[in-house]
Ligand binder design. Structure first.
Ligand code: THU
Length: 141
């Protein structure tokens, strides 16, 4: 599934992720990440990474945005897309935990737009990011 049908341009989407990134709380890594979920009604849900002195409780930007969208009342698997940005040479690539959370909360064909601060981006999908994921279907089989 492409991104041509989305209600905002890639440039507008990535601009929103930059704003989300500004709020990152990163006293340990100094590595700010921003993510934005576009919901079925065209609303944006911003997320940033939020770190912790114990490291493990750190929440990535992608999960913050997705959890926020759910907390804001969105039904899981109804999102149009998620976009992520970081200060990386190539477009940022989500961690394994965030990929698993995307599998849980998003449609497998949902577009995921990965970008960097230089304006490079690549479009992929949830299922491309985590092929063979463990899902509720496995749990119930
Ligand atoms: N991080 C994200 O928020 N998203 C990613 O896609 C990659 C990594 C965060 C976690 C941690 O706060 C920092 O970046 C360094 O790993």
């Amino acid at each position: 599934m492409g991104i041509d049908h989305l209600s905002l341009t890639v440039e507008q989407f990535m601009e929103a992720t930059k704003k989300a990134r500004d709020n990152a709380y990163v006293p340990y890594s100094g590595f700010k990440v921003g993510a934005v979920v576009l919901d079925s009604q065209g609303r944006l849900h911003h997320g940033c990474n939020v770190e912790n002195a114990a490291y493990g409780p750190t929440n990535c930007a992608e999960r913050t945005a997705l959890f926020r969208a759910v907390a804001d009342g969105c039904m899981p698997r109804t999102f149009q897309a998620i976009a992520v940005i970081g200060d990386t040479d190539l477009p940022i690539t989500p961690c394994g935990v965030c990929r698993q959370v995307m599998v849980e909360l998003c449609d497998p064909d949902m577009p995921v737009i990965l970008g960097n601060l230089q304006g490079a981006y690549r479009v992929t999908t949830v299922s491309e990011l985590l092929p063979g994921a463990f899902t509720s279907r496995d749990l119930n089989s």
